[in-house]
Ligand binder design. Structure first.
Ligand code: BES
Ligand code: MN
Ligand code: ZN
Length: 505
């Protein structure tokens, strides 16, 4: 995808499409008036005759302009009545605007940003930057495996023209860095499981992050076996393609005020989840290529953080494994020994994510003593049943961390909902014959909560920890305003925002 953005006080080069903003009164802005004049009053005429166009937030109206105009068409973007417009709503409007531009066949677009006198709740540059951000987020597509390229020339150039261009540009640059992380996460989730297996994935992480100054270390199967990481190794045993653990470090705190304890992220990277010997049903199994969505969000967040040159020390770990049935696979009934030394009775090989995370959690605490840990995982179908594709259930053992996450969630529109951690579920995961078991006792009931209860056994007392079960949010078969269907990149923005607002020096 090659969509470029530029910013100027006034338009310098030609564009085929102009975008003007309209409030509910449909009163033209300065640029709108100028365009209307050039078009002999066509715009005013069209607007007053089009009763169905209410100029609600995100609603668009496209008008073809006469032959001699500067543009082939103008797209009017409704902004409603400004009452409760915020950055997230501006992005939604931007996403919808992209669809109209795409439908009209626009290739180069000039977004005319004029003063909007009644705009009070948000600065004009913030509004503009987030509208552009919505366009960029929605314009993403995953086409690398299409051998026939689309004949339609895509939207490739957007210029924002207006007095607030300098401020809008600097705001957008930060958002654009974060989007690069979001797009990497989406690409990784969308990548098929025959090409994205643990070893290949580890290489991609190196290729993506090392040039940005992130230290990347890969533990292979020999190293992990030697270290005694019996949980992640058991999960990957059935596959020819052996597990990897990838450790990423970004040291962005200036040397003079170095606080050595980093913040930390952990991601589940099951590159394909067949369920193993506890095999999943065939229908829809293809979607289990997204079972590395947690790791993708973590890698994407590291990319965003490095691109922003964030002043934070951060260490991230992803556990990569393929869960396959084979003569070599781990079995229900097996008792394995985790890196923490705790034995685990495997009651279901499809509850593999928690095993992968267990060894990652132990390693990160032992080695880095982090200020907090946030893990992300497509952990349970139960989470998807509970909250669908809209909210990510989040289990947190620390109220301060939750407050910060809730704020970051409200600011980015990546919706989090706090879920309960209860000692009952922690206890439920104790086995009769081993220290722990990987399944709750009451079947599917509270499945997301018992999974969190299992993970809790691997978090040391006093370590602030959050577990984000992104089973429902990492992937969707339906388009959303700023997220095309399939891999969503969910998590990158909320993690980046949390760090930006609370953990940067
Ligand atoms: N990766 C799945 C969870 C999942 C399901 C993610 C659907 C996204 C969509 C996980 O490894 C799994 O299989 N969980 C089991 C746990 C059960 C065996 C306790 C589940 O949810 O059924
Ligand atoms: Mn599974
Ligand atoms: Zn899984």
């Amino acid at each position: 995808m090659s969509l470029t953005f530029s910013f100027a006080k006034s338009l310098k080069s030609k564009a085929d499409t102009a975008v003007i903003f309209l409030t509910k009164e449909k009163k033209l802005t300065a640029s709108g008036v100028a365009l209307d004049k050039q078009a002999g009053g066509l715009i005013k005429h069209a607007l007053s005759n089009e009763a169905n166009f209410k100029a609600d937030l995100g609603e668009t109206f496209t008008i073809t302009l006469p032959t001699k105009s500067d543009f082939a068409r103008v797209v009017c973007l409704g902004l409603g009545d400004f009452k409760d417009i915020d950055p997230i709503k501006a992005e939604t409007a931007g996403g919808k605007l992209f669809l109209s531009l795409d439908k009209a066949g626009a290739q180069s677009v000039a977004v005319m940003v004029d003063a909007l006198p009644k705009l009070k709740t948000i600065k004009l540059e913030v509004l503009s930057a987030h509208i552009l951000n919505g366009i960029e987020l929605r314009a993403y597509s995953f086409t690398k495996y299409k051998t026939k390229k689309s004949e339609k020339k895509p939207l490739s150039k957007i210029t924002m023209a207006g007095d607030v261009h300098t401020k809008a540009k600097s705001l957008f640059q930060t958002l654009n860095h974060i989007n690069k992380g979001v797009f990497l996460a989406r690409d990784l989730v969308n990548e098929p499981p025959n090409t994205l297996y643990p070893e290949a994935y580890a290489q991609i992480i190196k290729d993506e992050l090392k040039p940005l100054g992130v230290e990347v270390e890969v533990l292979d199967e020999k190293k992990m076996t030697k270290l005694g990481m019996g949980a992640i190794m058991a999960v990957g045993k059935g596959s020819e393609r052996q597990p990897r653990m990838v450790i990423m470090r970004w040291n962005g705190v200036p040397k003079s005020k170095k606080t050595d304890r980093p913040v930390s992220l952990v991601g589940k990277g099951v590159t394909f989840d067949t369920g193993g010997i506890s095999l999943k049903p065939g229908a829809g199994m293809d979607e289990m290529k997204m079972d590395m969505g947690g790791s993708a969000a973590v890698v994407g967040a590291m990319k965003a953080i490095a691109l922003r040159k964030a002043k934070v020390n951060i260490v991230a770990i992803v556990g990569l494994a393929e869960n396959m049935p084979s003569h070599n696979a781990y079995r229900p009934g097996d008792i394995i020994t985790s890196y923490a030394g705790k034995t685990i009775e495997v009651l279901n090989t499809d509850a593999e994510g928690r095993l992968v995370l267990a060894d990652c959690l132990t390693y990160i605490q032992e080695k880095y003593k982090p200020l907090f840990i946030i893990d992300l995982a497509t952990l349970t179908g139960a989470m998807m049943v509970a909250l669908g594709h809209e909210y990510c259930g989040t289990f947190v053992n620390d109220n301060k961390l939750w407050d910060q996450m809730e704020q970051a969630s409200a600011d980015t529109g990546e919706k989090l909902w706090r879920m309960p951690l209860d000692p009952v579920w922690k206890t439920e995961m104790e086995s009769q014959v081993a220290d722990l078991q990987n399944l709750g006792n009451v079947g599917r009931f509270a499945g997301a909560c018992t999974a969190a209860g299992f993970l809790e056994h691997f978090v040391e007392d006093g370590t602030p920890w959050a577990h984000m079960d992104i089973a429902g949010t990492a992937w969707s078969k339906q388009d959303k305003p700023t997220t095309p269907k399939f891999g969503s990149g969910f998590g990158v923005r909320v993690l980046d925002k949390l760090i930006q607002d609370h953990y940067e020096a």
